[in-house]
Design a protein around this ligand. Structure first.
Ligand code: KIV
Ligand code: ZN
Length: 515
């Protein structure tokens, strides 16, 4: 038996986005979807269109822009959901309607208040309706692993009869274990009529830390699609991590004769793209993409590595796109060298983008002697985002001390000119945010604030990620600078500009007088 192809179904933008702090706006979802397309995933689940107008718009935009992968949209088995999913998907090159219904007795009784018979009817009608729109229909039996196995056989038989092309067996609450899950897949393969003509999919949550192990066990038992998310984000403890599934199949092909279409070298960049969009950093010891995944600390390990890398390394960092940090450019590097380095990092820049990047680069090299790859990536992420800057930071001064109020003076520019405000706060960051609020007329409530140094040394660039609530809606923002107060105000402004962009508002008049 040769190597068999496993379909990678990425649900970062749907299940992943449902996890706390991971919500993304339309621009960010599109950026992530394009990166997932470059990564080579087979299916991108772009959202749940009936859930909100924003979700609908994101699915529609992704369906228009990402032409190679299948674009899936989630819906319950009810007509309004299905029709809305199809409306969002209809311009996709390869659309898939993904409809689901819970099948466990617990969910039927307490969540849906439906009998097993009623649920069977909903599955039949829902899939038939989806099929009337789209030939590719996936059906998920939510909470499959806590459902009665014989009832699941009936549900899947009805789903196939109604036209489903993919049957998903989710471990919705992360409850199963590898041996049991593998037996369930085998049980279904032996009993569901027509199952050989459809794809069996698995979708595992990580409540017991078994999502990847369960997914691989199911693949060995005959599943041919794995649903997963980048960095393992998702409801509660998350979903099976895409990078772990893909690399386990790649590194241990001797034990598991399966392959995927994922471009391994793009894994790290995709992981970083997500972390930067959401502000949710990957834990340092996270397999494959964590900061320490390829670090060797103990003397014995380092000695072994110097003798031969294979002593302690089962895959190279380069194989997943992790480049060893090295000095790349300095103050006198030219535009050409910069363009070339961006290209090597996977970001071929258009002329206008390169002009902007070069400006940011020269500014940074005035503040910082050594420019590392990570600094350049921060320029792409933070400097070249496409959120229009309704307000731009022009100047900033903040003072703080142990026995005084912090004060800040901030100058912002908008189409209407430059304006300055002062404010006090119980710290310099708090004071500059207050000054920004006065200038923009928005009132933000800080929900989360995180900072990390992108590179080492006293002149390191600090990157700030924040979540701010404006009018009851949380928005993420990020900013980078060698000065952490400046990075903070840039992050805050980034969030404020997103609010204004999403409202499609013209600039709110600046509150202060021009100076
Ligand atoms: O976990 C789950 O059951 C799901 C389904 C909607 C596929 O996310
Ligand atoms: Zn899920």
């Amino acid at each position: 038996m040769g190597t068999q192809r496993i379909t990678i179904f990425d649900t970062t933008l749907r299940d992943g986005e449902q996890s706390p702090g991971c919500s993304m706006n339309l621009e960010e979802k599109l950026q992530m979807a394009l990166q997932l397309e470059a990564l080579g995933v087979d299916v991108i689940e772009a959202g749940f269109p009936v859930a909100s107008d924003d979700d609908f718009a994101a699915v529609q935009a992704i369906a228009r822009e990402c032409r190679r992968p299948i674009i899936a949209a989630l819906c319950r088995t009810i007509p309004r959901d299905i029709d809305r999913a199809w409306e969002a998907l209809r311009e996709a090159a390869r659309p898939r309607i993904h409809t689901f219904l819970a099948t466990s007795d617990i969910h039927l009784a307490y969540k849906l208040q439906k009998s097993r018979e009623e649920a069977l009817q909903m599955v039949r009608e829902g899939i038939a309706r989806a099929k009337s729109h789209c030939p590719d229909v996936e059906f998920s039996a939510e909470d499959a692993t806590r459902s009665d196995w014989d009832y699941l056989v009936q549900v899947f038989a009805v789903a196939i009869e109604a036209g489903a092309t993919v049957l998903n067996v989710p471990d919705t609450v992360g409850y199963t274990v590898p041996d049991e899950y593998s037996k369930l897949i085998t049980y279904l393969r032996e009993r569901v009529p027509g199952i050989d003509g459809v794809t069996i999919s698995v979708h595992c949550h990580n409540d017991l830390g078994l999502a990847v192990a369960n997914s691989l066990a199911a693949v060995a038992a005959g599943a041919r699609q794995v649903e997963c998310t980048m960095n393992g984000i998702g409801e509660r403890a998350g979903n099976a991590a895409l990078e772990e599934v893909v690399m386990a199949l790649s590194v241990r092909r001797d034990a598991m004769p399966y392959c995927t279409g994922v471009e391994q070298e793009a894994i790290y960049r995709t992981s970083q793209t997500l972390a930067n969009i959401t502000g949710i950093e990957v834990q340092p010891n996270k397999a494959i993409v964590g900061r320490n995944a390829f670090a060797h600390e103990s003397g014995i390990h380092q000695h072994g590595m110097l003798s031969h890398r294979s002593t302690y390394e089962i895959m190279t960092p380069e194989s997943v796109g992790v480049r060893q940090t090295h000095l790349v450019l300095g103050k006198h590097s030219g535009r050409h060298a910069l363009a070339k380095r961006f290209e090597e990092l996977g970001y071929p820049l258009e002329r206008v983008e390169l002009d902007k990047a070069y400006k940011l680069f020269t500014k940074l090299s005035d503040q910082k002697k050594e420019i590392f790859d990570e600094d350049l990536l921060a320029i792409v992420r933070d400097g070249l985002t496409h959120i229009p800057e309704t307000y731009k930071l022009r100047a900033l001064q903040a003072t703080a001390g142990t026995s005084m109020w912090a004060t800040a003076l901030v100058t912002l520019a908008s189409e209407e000119g430059e304006f300055t405000e002062t404010a006090m706060g119980d710290g310099p960051v708090n004071a500059v945010f207050a000054a920004v609020d006065k200038l923009t007329g928005l009132k933000g409530r800080l929900l989360d604030f995180r900072i990390h140094a992108i590179t080492g040394g006293a002149d390191a660039v600090g990157e700030v990620f924040i979540q701010v609530e404006f009018d009851g809606v949380a928005h993420g923002g990020k900013g980078a600078s060698t000065d952490i107060v400046e990075a903070s105000v840039r992050a805050y402004l980034n969030a404020a500009n997103k609010v204004l962009f999403s409202r499609r508002a013209t600039a709110v008049p600046l509150a202060a007088e021009a100076r």
